[in-house]
Design a protein around this ligand. Sequence first.
Ligand SMILES: [Zn+2]
Length: 330
Amino acid sequence: MKPSWPCRHVKRLLSSSAFAALSLVSAVSFAQGKGYIRYKTVSGQKYVYLSDLSAYYGMPLSKKSSGCGIGSKSSSFSFEYEKRHGSFNGVKIHYLFAPVFVLPEPLVSELDYRKVIDPLLRASVLLPRKKVRNIVIDPGHGGKDNGAQTKYREKDLNMAIAFNLRDQLRRRGFNVFMTREKDVFVELDQRTAMAASLKADLFISIHCNSASSRYVRGIETYCLTPGGAPSTIEKKGSSGWQKGNSFDSQNIVLAYLVQRCLLGNTGTEDRGVRHARFAVLKSAPCPAVLVECGFLTNEWEMKNLAWSKYQQGIAEGIAEGVAHYSKTVK
Ligand SMILES: [Zn+2]
């Protein structure tokens, strides 16, 4: 339970500012139409050549039969053909679309390039400078809504983790508010309205999960699905722009940092950074994530989630992720 070092990849990401600055130059050239990145439409979907991204970011391309990747000393992305999951610096990422292989070249979707890959690689130059002061924590469910329920009720565990997180964040100097501090029912739109009136800089919703299989366990961190893409659990389909999509770049970076640090603190399975159109993410007035801290339907994880030390480990993981995010945008 004791964290060894939760966020070593994060450190690498943040220390690559020289690299990031170089990338920005490329971006300018690209914007001037020098054509560093080629596009190709496959089955009506816009893709970019991974070899072009490799050159653009200065990250050598690797190919194998099942997938491909780009990587440098500081960062790496992996992809699997026809599958929507891969990884960034060892953390599982659910991409918006599956990469494809059109001989002899691997292609990744243009939306993944703009909404996942580029923000993660160039966080330190791409994200708007905005000091994180006010953070709203949203303990999911409450009152008549128990959430998932086995031996424990999700709403109670969410509350315990949220209180812990509040203390962790306050210790780090943030102003922290909560959408509920008692076992009361709060409408979803009221939760984000509260965040707006409190001028929240970040919104973090805390939940615990359930599944039909008792073997499923692990942590998932969700951010809002970008417009035009399917959510992680959807095979296809898309939806338009939501208020929360103003923060697409911040959302994915925050989700990655939180997931990365949570994994280091809990030792459970990495179920990845995911996209969903949850109500609180759609209407969030600021960068927002929803963390599914573990499965109440898995005996091992349920016991852990009810254990104060483990709750503290989760809270520390989220707080570490937030602290890294805060440094990135200050
Ligand atoms: Zn829930």
